[in-house]
Design a protein around this ligand. Structure first.
Ligand SMILES: *[C@@H]1O[C@H](CO)[C@@H](O)[C@H](O)[C@H]1NC(C)=O
Ligand SMILES: *[C@@H]1O[C@H](CO)[C@@H](O)[C@H](O)[C@H]1NC(C)=O
Ligand SMILES: *[C@@H]1O[C@H](CO)[C@@H](O)[C@H](O)[C@H]1NC(C)=O
Ligand SMILES: *[C@@H]1O[C@H](CO)[C@@H](O)[C@H](O)[C@H]1NC(C)=O
Ligand SMILES: *[C@@H]1O[C@H](CO)[C@@H](O)[C@H](O)[C@H]1NC(C)=O
Ligand SMILES: *[C@@H]1O[C@H](CO)[C@@H](O)[C@H](O)[C@H]1NC(C)=O
Ligand SMILES: CC(=O)N[C@H]1CO[C@H](CO)[C@@H](O)[C@@H]1O
Length: 577
């Protein structure tokens, strides 16, 4: 007896550090400005999020990732931070944040914060002191002298030809300091200088500040822009970038140049590895693994390096291939290749992740069509690893219409009335559609920061809580995700034809999980007899809006009628294998 008790104590001491949770986490991205407005100012806020946490728990979400909630002049809606340790007033107070943490903890929902290390706001105290050349802050930003114009010596040209992601020169002259500063994004977002050790130390202190409050980790913004080339390698000057030759691009366009000196510098990876080590200190202290997910839109070889090396642990780099390589015409073969691509390049033993949308991209239902929403949600939730849902994907929200006059996104506003719709991210950020009441239950005022999407009276959560809906399917998927085979089972993907995609997850000693998608217009019978390890009898456990099969129906693997546009998940009655 004593021995058993001792073993129990020892095992529970070991499992006290919850290392595993993140490897199969369902993470829900909240764009706070558009989630829920609790005080009637037309802008979402922290108390609104806290109010809706029980709904997220009910849905089956493990963690929420909050897009930036920090003090910011909001030129880029929080991705321009004035003070990393303060909450934006329009989102609430530090007390509100503590309350959110308290409620989340009680419900068992982990909280992940957005960390935006690539730049601060120009209203940051650091920037103001750097402009004044205060010794401690002098080199916090990337400053450089202008080049006198040979024709007009009184005019200074920018230090190099670099172009901002938001068009035009990436250099802005500051009169007071008499130098140019670098901004890879908007003018109000000066780039931090990671070659200054003080900056690196400061950023680590910020990570500690929030970790000490019990958050579960960070999503890190734009890690591939952290470093620029070291000017010391070029005689103290920043070198021009070569032209890319992209047709139709002009000198003001970001695509015009090949960004060999401002992107994907090797030093960026080391910084991420150091942050990983810092997070690991908290893993033991808090008895829970701290997650880090990094954003870098780049090619796969560069992305994969964020996972780490044999010697250093790294982060989970966002897998953006669902966003970039699947469209409304993709067939089963195409989708299989996109899934396999990540699984192929990912170093063995690492954790995959699947992303169907975010605040920068057209929404899933608009990008791929409403009839593919269930299919893509199913893939994200039954494939191995982390699944990330952008708010609204679970109910198939589409992009809203935002007129030129109502536009708020700097990408749109830097464009013009004729072209803004091509670049605007506002349509993917219209407020969450809770119900069919005025202002979709998002706010008590009609004066919301962005207009509601027109279809909110039909597409909303309240209308989908019961019956065969995107939401009930999503909820069933979230439940399937908790099963051992979905968490730990081996993965196989098969395209049985141009239109039938099959995903199997098999784990010895557990019932198998099988997801099937029919992308065609025609009804077909699927015969999975060739999957020999798969037990014969199976039950429907999640059935999408276009499926005729109901949950609980039992079928043989040799005869599975899958209707058009159906996404369906089965669980085998017997254990595999
Ligand atoms: C910050 O930049 C914006 C332009 O993006 C400008 O309007 C504003 O005056 C700047 N503020 C400071 C303090 O430099
Ligand atoms: C960057 O690192 C990679 C991989 O370690 C290496 O192959 C490459 O030469 C490095 N590039 C530079 C410019 O140092
Ligand atoms: C990487 O992390 C794992 C588990 O989190 C740990 O066991 C391992 O020692 C770490 N490796 C390095 C090189 O830090
Ligand atoms: C597919 O997407 C393209 C490009 O967004 C769009 O023009 C087309 O109408 C869409 N087709 C369908 C069938 O939705
Ligand atoms: C897929 O749906 C189409 C359209 O209803 C149907 O004809 C076809 O038989 C279905 N495929 C399978 C494998 O069930
Ligand atoms: C399914 O395929 C197997 C061979 O792979 C075949 O023996 C069986 O008859 C097929 N079943 C049906 C219902 O078509
Ligand atoms: C890749 C990228 O654009 N990352 C972020 C860096 O900062 C800008 C401006 O704040 C954000 O809009 C981006 O999301």
């Amino acid at each position: 007896m004593l021995f058993v008790a001792l073993v129990l104590i020892l095992t529970s001491a070991v499992s006290a550090v919850d290392y595993d949770w993140w490897q199969t986490a369902l993470i829900y991205q909240i764009y706070p400005r558009s989630f829920k407005d609790s005080n009637g100012d037309g802008i979402g806020d922290l108390n609104g999020i806290t109010e809706k946490l029980p709904y997220l728990k009910e849905t089956g979400v493990d963690a929420i990732w909050l897009s930036p909630i920090f003090l910011s002049p909001m030129y880029d809606f929080g991705y321009d931070i004035a003070d990393y340790r303060e909450i934006a007033q329009e989102y609430g107070t530090m007390e509100d944040f503590h309350e959110l943490m308290k409620v989340a903890k009680k419900l068992g929902i982990r909280v992940i914060l957005d960390f935006v290390p690539n730049h601060t706001s120009n209203e940051s105290d650091w920037f103001i002191r750097s402009v004044r050349r205060e010794p401690e802050f002098q080199d916090y930003y990337v400053w450089a002298d202008g080049i006198p114009d040979p024709d007009r010596p009184d005019v200074l040209r920018p230090p190099s030809n670099w172009v901002s992601n938001f068009r035009k020169s990436a250099w802005e002259f500051n009169k007071e300091r008499g130098q140019f500063y670098l901004h890879q994004f908007v003018i109000g977002q000066p780039d931090l200088n990671y070659r200054e050790p003080r900056v690196q130390e400061e950023m680590k202190q910020i990570l500690r500040f929030w970790l000490d409050m019990g958050i579960a980790g960070f999503r890190v913004d734009a890690t591939n822009f952290l470093f620029e080339v070291d000017p010391r390698e070029f005689g103290g000057r920043y070198p021009d970038e070569p032209k890319s030759g992209v047709p139709g691009s002009g000198p003001d366009d970001y695509e015009y140049l090949n960004h060999i000196y401002t992107k994907n510098m090797n030093e960026s990876y080391n910084v991420v590895f150091e942050w990983r080590d810092l997070l690991d200190e908290y893993t033991d202290k808090h008895g829970e693994y701290k997650i880090m997910i990094t954003e870098a839109y780049t090619e796969i070889g560069q992305m994969i390096r964020y996972y780490g090396t044999g010697k250093r642990n790294g982060s989970i780099p966002f897998n953006f291939f669902f966003l970039e390589e699947i469209n409304n015409q993709s067939n089963a073969w195409d989708i299989k290749l996109v899934v396999d691509k990540w699984m192929t390049y990912m170093p063995s033993g690492q954790t995959a992740n699947w992303v169907n949308g975010n605040h920068d991209k057209s929404r899933l239902a608009s990008r791929l069509g409403t009839d593919r929403v269930d299919a893509m949600n199913m893939l994200a939730l039954i494939l191995p690893g982390v699944a990330i849902t952008y708010q609204g994907e679970e109910i198939g929200m589409t992009d809203g219409f935002v007129s030129w006059r109502d536009s708020k996104d700097p990408l749109a506003c830097n464009s013009d009335a004729a072209n803004y719709r091509r670049v605007s991210r506002d349509p993917a950020r219209t407020p969450y559609q809770w119900d069919a009441s005025a202002h979709a239950g998002f706010s008590s005022t009609g004066d919301t920061w962005l207009p509601m999407a027109d279809n909110y009276r039909t597409v909303n959560l309240a209308a989908q809580l019961v019956g065969k809906t995107h939401y009930t399917f999503y909820k069933d998927l979230a439940a399937v995700r908790k099963k051992p085979a979905t968490r730990y089972g081996d993965l196989e993907t098969r395209a049985l034809s141009e239109s039938i995609l099959v995903v199997t997850r098999l784990l010895p000693g557990s019932p198998g999980i099988i997801g099937i998608i029919n992308l065609s217009q025609d009804n077909e019978i699927v015969n999975l007899s060739s999957l020999r390890l798969l037990p014969n009898k199976m039950l429907v456990v999640a059935s999408g809006t276009d499926c005729l099969l109901e949950n609980g129906v039992s079928l043989s693997k040799a005869y599975l009628p899958i209707s058009a546009h159906c996404a369906v998940v089965f669980e085998t009655i017997e254990n595999c294998c």
